[in-house]
Design a protein around this ligand. Structure first.
Ligand SMILES: [Zn+2]
Length: 420
């Protein structure tokens, strides 16, 4: 954490919770934001020039341990979800723990260089924890629970709880990394694992309503997913789904009494959208949808209902998903892609989806996610194009200019000023 005071000036400052400031400054003191306002009121220590200062990005869904699939980058092409799953499972079976750890270190570094300061990462057996806990980043690392068959489910839950025992704060003091649990998906994970996760009082994430085959399996217990599960030896004839709809997995009975970060949610029933509003939570639980725009596009899904969810009052944040389905771990790249697909989405909302909303979903919004005095100085500096625009958000999103620097707790942790 930076000692002393530092004032940064840039062509635009985007606080997120208030309008953009042209020629703005951010003053950092003891690692926290001390002041945000116009440059006319402060003397800057560093003038970043034609750049924007935004809150550090929040990647609300990724798997740092996964590398691109060997068959090359097929992003942008419609891909069959079930055959993609076959390739991921096939690759996972020949991947060692060492490979997972190395991938997590490498991929996290690329995410931080892309301006990420908070990451929601799903780990298969805790392999990414050390990378997240030792890097200049905030993170929630969710241990995966998976298995329709009882013995497989028991194995993954024992592995997860062993990992939790090992990393508990009494064993390791890690302020910026927190553990969570991730029942993988309704089609792959027995109902008792969802209940066990919900009873843990920990942050939870799950892949939900990701593709139509999942709905078909829950309703009819058949289709291509069942064939896939049978082929890999994961199908259980005794399988008893929590309910016929994906939303049953987070709404039924005591399952409601947990924080749920829903990965994807593309095929959620629109009748359920209003139930995802923060006001609908029985006890202040936080439910949000992590939309991964480029991964979504690559599979040729039905349009994602993010606008309808937002209109109903639900919180939608942005994830990249893993490098097995998206070309980079850059939230800014996702936001630019989404803006290209939907230019009508207001720039302020888009930036909040990539920052504050993810922080809210991960219960980190009192610490990070917007530029506000008292919050941690977790920032991304983005180069801006040499042009003017009536809407300053278009300088961010209608541009290919890169993230120049990332600051975490007031320190430059990526970019040309590291160590300054
Ligand atoms: Zn995922």
């Amino acid at each position: 954490m930076r000692r002393g005071t530092l004032t940064l000036q840039a062509r635009f400052v985007f606080p997120v919770e208030s309008p953009p400031i042209e020629q703005g400054c951010v003053t950092i003191k003891e690692g926290r934001i001390a002041w945000v306002g116009p440059a006319s009121e402060r003397e800057a220590d560093i003038d970043l020039g034609n750049a924007a200062i935004v809150p550090g990005f929040v990647n609300a869904h990724t798997h740092l341990e996964l590398d691109p699939l060997e068959d090359g980058d097929r992003s942008g092409l419609a891909d069959d979800m079930v055959s993609w799953l076959r390739r991921v499972v096939g690759k996972r079976r020949v991947t060692t723990e060492e490979m997972l750890r190395a991938a997590a270190v490498r991929n996290l570094a690329s995410a931080i260089a892309a301006g990420t300061t908070l990451v929601a990462d799903v780990t298969s057996a805790g392999a990414s924890w050390d990378a997240v806990a030792s890097a200049a980043v905030r993170g929630v690392v969710f241990a995966e629970l998976i298995g329709l068959k009882r013995e497989r489910g028991l194995f993954t839950s024992e592995t997860a709880w062993q990992w939790l025992g090992k990393i508990r704060p009494e064993n390791q003091v890690v302020a910026c990394a927190r553990p969570g649990l991730s029942p993988h998906a309704p089609y792959s994970t027995a109902g008792w694992l969802y209940h066990k996760a919900a009873g843990s009082r920990m942050p939870l994430t799950t892949h939900l309503a990701e593709f139509p085959e999942e709905l078909r399996l829950l309703e009819n217990r058949d289709g291509p997913l069942r064939e896939f599960l049978q082929d890999i030896g994961a199908w259980d004839d005794e399988w008893d789904p929590i309910g016929p709809r994906p939303s049953d997995y987070i709404r039924k009975g005591e399952l409601r009494r947990a924080d749920w970060l829903i990965a994807h949610g593309t095929y959620l029933d629109p009748d359920d959208f209003w139930q995802l509003r923060p006001e609908a939570a029985p006890d202040g639980e936080r439910v949000a949808v992590a939309y991964c725009p480029r991964t979504h596009a690559r599979f040729g899904h039905a349009p994602h209902p993010y606008r309808k969810l937002i209109d109903k009052g639900a919180i939608v944040c942005i994830g990249t998903d893993s490098l097995a389905s998206t070309p980079t771990l850059s939230v800014l790249d996702e936001l630019r892609f989404l803006h290209g697909r939907d230019p009508s989405i207001p720039g302020g909302l888009l930036l909040a989806m990539g920052t504050l909303f993810g922080a809210w979903a991960l219960r980190a919004d009192s610490t990070t996610g917007s530029l506000k005095p008292g919050k941690s100085a977790d920032l991304a500096v983005i180069s801006l194009p040499d042009r003017d625009d009536r809407d300053p958000f278009l300088l961010l999103f209608e541009s290919t200019e890169p993230v120049d620097s990332t600051l975490f707790e007031g320190d430059f942790v990526a970019g040309p000023r590291v160590g300054e």
